[in-house]
Design a protein around this ligand. Structure first.
Ligand SMILES: [Ca+2]
Ligand SMILES: [Ca+2]
Ligand SMILES: [Ca+2]
Length: 275
């Protein structure tokens, strides 16, 4: 049976259409098959293929001297909710999508053997990454990488300070409070293994607003904790992985939809009141 829409239903439908239209204009150009709704901490797992940036150091592929720079390519494996059952929100290949990118500019400001740890400690300044969302996957890690930066710029981030609260007086000439990445190489001879930690600040990209700001304090949106080892894969000197922690916030499009819906209902109420 066909039923006529009431005034209320018609107004609601119009409101929904207006809302959907404004949500569309606010949404980025390329869809991202992220499982929503999720609002809260997320863990991003990735794989890095990395190296001593050619021309910046002694050419042995690994960072083992001050002034050397670190760069490489990366691929996101999964994005999971940091809840008790680690709800999978996105994974490589979901709806034919890949998230890949480059990182560069991490400069070793201090490289020193720490006899107490029996390890080579390194502090880097600067650095950052650019991540691309591609719905025609073509990533190939084989050195120096291909299909890495096509698609749309998904997220940009710059290395942020905060991994050291104080300047270590034993490392004259380097102020630890300027470090954006701290790494400790425990097995310095072969195999070369270690761990790195640092903060990042989101600076741009079509999906920058999907992620929360200042999760780890002012100017620190993401926390990076990765294990590295040498040799790497696919012709790269070093490999590293896992994880980056951040926070996901509701998309502005969703808020806009809710907002215009409330305005629509408000107008309708006023009209009815006038009658
Ligand atoms: Ca080196
Ligand atoms: Ca690609
Ligand atoms: Ca120092």
């Amino acid at each position: 049976m066909k039923r006529k829409w009431s005034k209320f239903e018609r107004a609601l439908a119009i409101t929904a259409v207006i809302g959907a239209a404004s949500a569309c204009t606010a949404a980025p150009a390329q869809a991202f098959s992220f499982l929503t709704p999720w609002n809260g901490p997320v863990e991003v797992k990735f794989i890095n293929w990395e190296q001593e940036t050619p021309g910046t150091g002694n050419g042995n592929g690994i960072i083992d001297a001050a002034g050397e720079q670190l760069d490489g390519i990366l691929k996101i494996k999964t994005i999971s909710a940091a809840n008790s059952n680690s709800t999978l929100l996105w994974f490589d290949g979901k709806d034919g999508e890949e998230l890949t990118g480059t990182f560069s500019g991490y400069t070793a400001g201090n490289v020193a053997f720490n006899p107490f740890l029996g390890a080579l400690e390194m502090d880097f300044t600067g650095g950052g990454f650019n991540l691309y969302l591609d719905n025609t996957p073509d990533f190939d890690a084989t050195y120096p990488g291909a299909g890495v930066t096509d698609g749309i710029l998904f997220l940009s981030a710059a290395g942020a300070t905060g991994i050291h609260a104080f300047d270590n007086p034993f490392t004259a000439g380097f102020d630890e409070t300027t470090a954006t990445l701290h790494s400790t190489a425990t097995g310095f001879t072969s195999p070369f293994t270690g761990n790195g930690t640092g903060y990042l600040e989101i600076t741009g990209g079509a999906y920058a607003s999907l992620f929360g700001v200042d999760t780890f304090g002012p100017g620190r949106d993401l926390y990076l904790n990765s294990d590295f080892s040498a040799p790497g894969n696919d012709g790269w000197p070093v490999k590293s992985d896992d994880p980056v922690i951040g926070t996901v916030v509701p998309e502005p499009g969703t808020l806009l939809l809710l907002g215009s819906g409330i305005i629509g209902l408000g107008l309708m109420g006023r009209r009815r009141f006038k009658k």
